[in-house]
Design a protein around this ligand. Sequence first.
Ligand code: ZN
Length: 293
Amino acid sequence: MTQPRIGGVEAGGTKFVCALGHPVDGIRARTTIPTTTPEETFRAVIAFFEMNGGVDRLGVASFGPLVLDEQDPNFGRIAKTPKPSWSGADIVGTLQTGLGCEVALDTDVNGSGLAEATLGAGRGLDVVTYVTVGTGVGGGVIINGRPLHGLNHPEMGHILLKKRPADADFGGVCPFHGHCVEGLTSGPAILARLGHPLSDADPAAPIFDLIAGYLGEFCATLSLIVAPQRIILGGGVMSNAGLYPRIRTAYSATLADYLQSPAVHDVDSYIVPPALGDSAGVIGAMMLASIAS
Ligand code: ZN
């Protein structure tokens, strides 16, 4: 029996990365399409796969918010978004009709998380949490090779944090909560305090300990709720490598030795950067197609 042809699309706000091949055996065709209108972008995606012989299954890891509840009449669409013309865009319907194949859809975070948990920094583990700290803060929980879904998808970036006294004057940038993880630690939250990105700050500046303190407390919350065997932290803010040791210190201080797991005590191996680089998104998209039943 021939292997099914698997396609993956990492759908981002500025570009769509399309690939054909296999998440483990390798990518044999790949292209990048600028994100313009939904009609034009989907047309280019369909043309790429048709030009390469079509696909049997397609996985899409997309920017959101997405409607992932199959009982919802808007399942498979992008929900209300400030991105012009993309509110209500029918990802699953358009690609299913255009390519004549099943389409599995999940968030971009769950796509990258699935790839990292299975083939990257979480390889070999059963329960892994993947968090990206960038323009926003998003996170996924991968359990036995599948992203956790219940009520839509997890929204752990909006867990509220205890404001630090040194940060008392900052209200946070989340329009819903102010001082949630995203409101306090995302790239825009750092920019709002400093007037420049973290990468331009003096490595000894107090902002590093502040952000790391919040993220350490957040990771402790994740350990207590989800009990992951590893937490992978990625995203633009985490490209400041100096954050990792500080987050680990804050994490251990927050837990105060409450969790007795050896994995948690080996904190350098517990809170880690991603391992797959920029390819995680499109590899994860292909994996979504592979695990769909
Ligand atoms: Zn929030």
